[in-house]
Design a protein around this ligand. Structure first.
Ligand SMILES: [Zn+2]
Length: 333
């Protein structure tokens, strides 16, 4: 039996039409005189506005442990563990560079963790393979979250990822941290770039320390003696804003991480209504099909959660999941 913990607040737990009612102009607003009402249904606590500079105790609902931001309405847990429905025992021991947003309603990391670790504990990761790679597998794949191999025995950082980072990312303060890797040794490796409400980033992103296009291409080179998965000539001719840098890095990492004839794939995992053109946009970045590329939706993943009774918590979590206080997925009731 999988051991699930209490799900974070979802659409059925939130005040009706919460997203609309945090507008000051709403007929029945949840913001009044600089105070913000807790977003949980029926809660009458008035909270201090969230600040970027940090939040005091008066910004959190004493009953529900959340603080609410009303400009682009969303909630944040004071205790990020409340955002996780499975594998709580691993949260403090996994290695992860960016941990600040784990308690956010909009955290793609919490969603990714719950969905993939949940499927792994259910023994159902192999059911994703036809959608992710076009091929079925009979063995359950290994799961890596941000480079941490996670299984029933615990978690351990993948040394091969450290080797590849050393080879490609010398001097970078923020190394590449693939959201999810699924691997069937000797057969296939899939790197998943998970997005939840944000777009795949380009090289124009200001905080990207990886430099302009030519520097980026120089850094992320291909393995000697192997066909290059990137169409560098095409990429070199583009403006930084047209180069999907994050997906390119995933392709290069998949290419370097694959061993023993493993076929490499990259998946852009997005909501049904987002990034609908990503395949057409990304295809010219690639040279041939050395690394396969697909767009898969969270809704497809949700529909692959098994119907068995101990998967009910995961199905309900995905059906109830919100983004900016609105139902996130076209899935479930
Ligand atoms: Zn409350």
């Amino acid at each position: 039996m999988v051991s699930w913990t209490r799900a974070p607040f979802g659409i059925s737990d939130l005040e009706e039409n919460a997203a609309e009612r945090y507008r000051l102009s709403a007929a029945d607003p949840l913001v009044k005189a600089g105070r913000v009402r807790c977003c949980v249904r029926g809660c009458d606590k008035l909270l201090a506005e969230r600040k970027r500079s940090g939040n005091g105790a008066d910004a959190f609902c004493p009953a529900h442990g959340v603080s609410v931001s009303h400009r682009r309405p969303t909630y944040v847990y004071r205790d990020h563990a409340r955002n996780f429905i499975v594998g709580q025992e691993l949260l403090s021991i996994i290695r992860k560079v960016e941990r600040k947003r784990l308690g956010n309603e909009n955290s793609e990391d919490a969603l990714t963790w719950n969905a993939f670790l949940g499927l792994s504990r259910l023994g159902a990761l192999s059911s994703l393979f036809p959608a992710f790679t076009g091929e079925a597998v009979s063995t359950e794949p290994e799961l890596y979250l941000w480079g941490n191999r996670v299984d029933m025995d615990g978690s351990c950082f993948w040394p091969r990822l450290i080797d590849v980072r050393r080879r490609l990312e010398k001097g970078l303060t923020i190394p590449t941290e693939p959201d999810v890797i699924l691997r069937v040794p000797g057969r296939a490796i899939v790197l998943v770039e998970a997005k939840f409400g944000s777009a795949n980033s380009t090289l124009a992103k200001k905080q990207d320390s990886r430099g302009p296009v030519h520097q980026f291409l120089e850094r992320y080179c291909c393995r000697q003696g192997l066909p290059d998965p990137l169409n560098r000539e095409w990429i070199r001719a583009q403006q930084a804003g047209a180069v999907l840098g994050q997906l390119c890095r995933n392709v290069i990492f998949a290419h370097w991480l694959a061993e023993d004839n493993e076929k490499a794939f990259v998946v852009s995992l997005v909501r049904e209504k987002e990034e609908q053109q990503v395949v057409q946009q990304f295809r010219p970045h690639l040279s041939g099909s050395t690394v396969g590329f697909r767009r898969v939706t969270w809704e497809q993943v949700a529909n692959l959660v098994p119907q068995q009774s101990d998967a009910k918590s995961l199905r309900e979590y995905l059906a109830n999941k919100t983004l900016n206080l609105r139902k996130a997925f076209a899935y479930g009731p």
